[in-house]
Design a protein around this ligand. Sequence first.
Ligand SMILES: [Zn+2]
Length: 646
Amino acid sequence: MHKKIFFATLFLLILSIPVLCMASAKPIEIYINGEKIESDVAPIIVNDRTLAPVRVISENLGAEVYWDNDNRQVQIITSSKTIILKIDDVKALVNGQEVVLDVPAKIVNDRTLVPLRFLSESLGADVSWDNDLRRVIINRADAKVVDLAYEVIEGKPTVVITGDSPLEYSAVEIQDDRRLAIDVKGRLDTQNNALYVYDSCLEKAIAGEISIEPPITRIVLELSSNAAYKTYSSPDKKSIFVSFTYFDNILEDLTFENKKRQFIAEITTTNAANADYFFLSNPDRLVLDIKNIGLSEIDIPHVPDNNFVKDVRIGQFADDTVRVVFDLKNDTSYQVFQADNVFSVVFSQPFTIEDVKVTSQGDVSLVEILSSDEVFYELKDDTYKKQLKVIVPGAAIGKNLLDRNVIKIADGIIDYIELAKVKDAKTYNLEIVINLSSFVSCEMLSSSPTSNVKFALHKSSSLLPLSNKLIVIDPGHGGSDPGAIVGSVKEKDLNLDIALKLKSLLESNGAKVFMTREDDTFVNLYARAGMANEINADLFISIHHNSATSSATGTETLYYPDPQKKLLAQALQKAIVSHTGFHNRGIVERPGIVVTRETKMPSALVEVGFLTNSNDLALIVTDEFKQKVAQGILQGIVDYLCGSVN
Ligand SMILES: [Zn+2]
């Protein structure tokens, strides 16, 4: 055992002699790409060839080194080359091909030393020797861009930038987000330096060298509008791909605004888009998925210092979905608003409705809603249902009100107030529902946003939408014209009965009514329309009954083709059948009817039911049914006037 070690040491000493001799001269230095390479074992010269530590040289030239102890050989591997050197063997393998060296690899001081020029050149670097400085100078060969092409890859139009060796690149949007620059480290070495495409994704791509030392080739791509792009490399990195997807809609911009108590992110898309959003906890995040949209690789602006949002991330989550993720600080509440092509995400501290106060003074009730912070609110007036709603998006119920979801008032104007948390498609709203015991007119005393929502309710004797409206009721036929007759039942009488009931309902709710006939007299059709035009009525309602075969049944409303006349017909038809339960035949466009055609105001003609149908007729003749029809028409008029037709 001892002997073996002794011989081994002696052997190493003998080998080391030339190194020791050289030590008197200046040691050999190695520079790679201008930088001095430090190694714990100095290079040596054997037979005029420099040998240097394999690992430090290989790694500086971008290769990996593996030591195979069983075979006493070293493997140097890059993405395109495998070099195998055996210790003390002049035969080397480069990608499986045998190459004979002047000097073999050697082990010196436990380090593998290999022929420096052979290794460097095999790894694509230039080697030179400066004898005065005793310096080996190695320069990595520059990559070259050797082709530029436009192809369809996996169904997507793609610009392919090809190099003779692995390419390093960066992508930057320049000037505006419709021009993209791909900067490649390397020289341009192809005649194919321009692509003129002009399709839905790419106008053109032009390559040129923008720097010589270091060499940089810039490929400028001018994108067509609404092309989103993605860049990636081939596994061997010799090709860079810029693939395009065409979207009708793309995410154009993301901006931030830091307000005192709010932080607002605004996301702009080319056209209005749909989005889903949801909250994730641990850590708290708000995720906004914008649908059917592409992402141009926009620069995400720096998130300014604020109390609510830590960071914002954005990416093409699925082929047609862009995902924006907001990383939130603790206790941040948020609301998402959309107006046309802009999403506004408003982050704030959660706020509460602290109190609801009512001060009653005779015919006026003053309502005050106090909140912990300024709130945006909306007042919904549904006075026909004797309800007013104050809607506050994002509000919570304060401690004061937690056990008071119903507040009894009973002051002759307000019956009671309810607090309801209502989730609509976009946000949680707190609804403060004022249930009225009389008709009111509402006088707003505050404006949104405020921490004190204030309004006065004035007692009123009329149903607000009807107040001072002039409505013409036209009972069909009359006098010598009986309309449809079945047995002893004449249409003209039924029409007048309903008209009189409707007149009374309208007048008691504040409307003014004009009748085209108030008794059994004949009135010309053009005269009926003329009267309504003459007095400049707000609405014209004609009442008729139908006749046909015995199987025909139900209510229909006829209208002259005009948007407002159609809306009125829809409102009447819907409300009448909901009051009577009659079969709904829907609305019917009839350009030829004189009274609805000649009237200048919204008008419609109601065919209540069929006298020729025994089931219809049995109900139609009853007083109770006529009252229901009148109430249905009243509601239809109110719904039309309130714009609540759908
Ligand atoms: Zn008729």
